[in-house]
Design a protein. Sequence first.
Lengths: 150, 406
Amino acid sequence: MFDDLRDLYQEVIFDHNRNPRNFRIIEDADRKVEGFNPLCGDRLTLYLKMAGDVITDASFQGSGCAISTASVSLMTEIVKGKTEQEAEALFKQFHEMTTGKDEHFNLEAIGKLAVLAGVREYPARVKCATLAWHTLDAALKNQQEAISTE
Amino acid sequence: MTLDVEKIRQDFPILKEKIRGKDLVYLDNAATCQKPQCVIDSIVHVYSHDYANVHRGVHTLSVRSTDKFEVARTKVKEFINASSDKEIIFVKGATEAINLVAQTYGKANLKAGDEVLITAMEHHSNIVPWQMLCEQTGAVLKVAPINQTGELIFAEFEQLLSDKTKLVSVVHMSNALGTINPVKAIIEAAHAKNIPVLLDGAQAIPHIEVDVQALDCDFYVFSGHKLYAPTGTGVLYGKQALLEAMPPYQGGGDMIRKVTFTETEYNTLPYKFEAGTPNIADVIGLGAAIDYINSIGMAVIAAHEAELLRYATEKAQAIKGLRIIGEAEHKGAILSFVLDKIHPHDIGTMLDSLGIAIRAGHHCAMPVMDFYNVPATARASFGLYNTRQEIDVLMSGIESLIEVFG
């Protein structure tokens, strides 16, 4: 019935929505930033544990739509073990993939995150996918104040 | 008399649109309504045959344009049963009308410590203008609570009416919950303490017959675009004596009688509040929309929509995991709901793929979302052209997406 939506709602997204990874609080987090999408009410808190400039642990709490939940869940998986620079480079790749500026985004670099490429066709949903990454960007820049997509 | 919905649907060209290859099922009427051909034609006709600026020319087109514009004012006056054309101020929408009252009546009559009383089910447009006024004057915004069904707790509302209350501003029908407020009782209670009442009729106007004299409200505001009329049209009704006493809103052309560099004499009502060239063609379109509604009859429309709401509610209640938000006894044609573990935005995108347009979000009523402890709701809202079959399509769409999300 929802054949047209297969590019947007891939099985991986349903899976991460049902069972979000790293859905917990890091009590002794080095970075903690809130992200908020006032348009849909998506709200998340991102926690990072750092060792020098390496992200040793990432987790989140909050609630949102399937796209935003899957996006933050996938992100916390992929950034673990990455340096700040590597994570920022991923953010850039992800942003290009989801906003459609670069049709030929680096599929290899983006890995599993490619399941979110479908949002490009749904401008109203791009922010759902990018909220997690904007929040990460703020955390890496050590900003304390909450991030809003608007 | 019942409404011939198939005949009505022929009047709305957009209803023939295909959305993602499917028949459009337009259930976002609380956000804005689609336009009948006669309204579209009226705008084309004005620009093709009658258009010039109003109230300022001696030439033929200006006279024609002015006549049509003022006829639209009379149609609005009759539609809400105001006592005079002077009480009908054209603005760009309900939001501007509330801001106008806040910045003119409010600024002139409220001082530090005074209170404005609203309810917990207001749209942001009936919250923020008062917060701005309170910031400017030191007045205080008071909020009468609602209960879990989404009804105003009237006893608490009455308790909040005090010597400090200088204005009551309440929604006639809630856009987020569908609740129809007991406005007659609200007005009587406020008037017993000499407090004027503004009714926000943005949502009520296409669903409920409004008689401002019978209600005895002091101000009534609504937007044209929710009444099957063009966007950028809106009405502020105010009792003449109140409007006379209020300072003007914006300065400019049309609102003056005489201007020198040392002083300006303001124009009479309603022009005192209509600075600048108004939205001429769209206001004429609003007149055409009122003619269209009158040709069907508000009572007939209301009965049709009440039946749609009854049918939709009954079907929605049968869906496991669906929770209706807003179950007031007196309700307009709005069905706000949430689904277990499925975010309203996912519902919105999935239904869109089936050609169904609903609203997903906070409906510009964030405090209402907070009250029900939900980030957002999905909202199906019905208009005169909707059918039972469309509700069937909606409900089977909801059942399918619940299955897909598993």
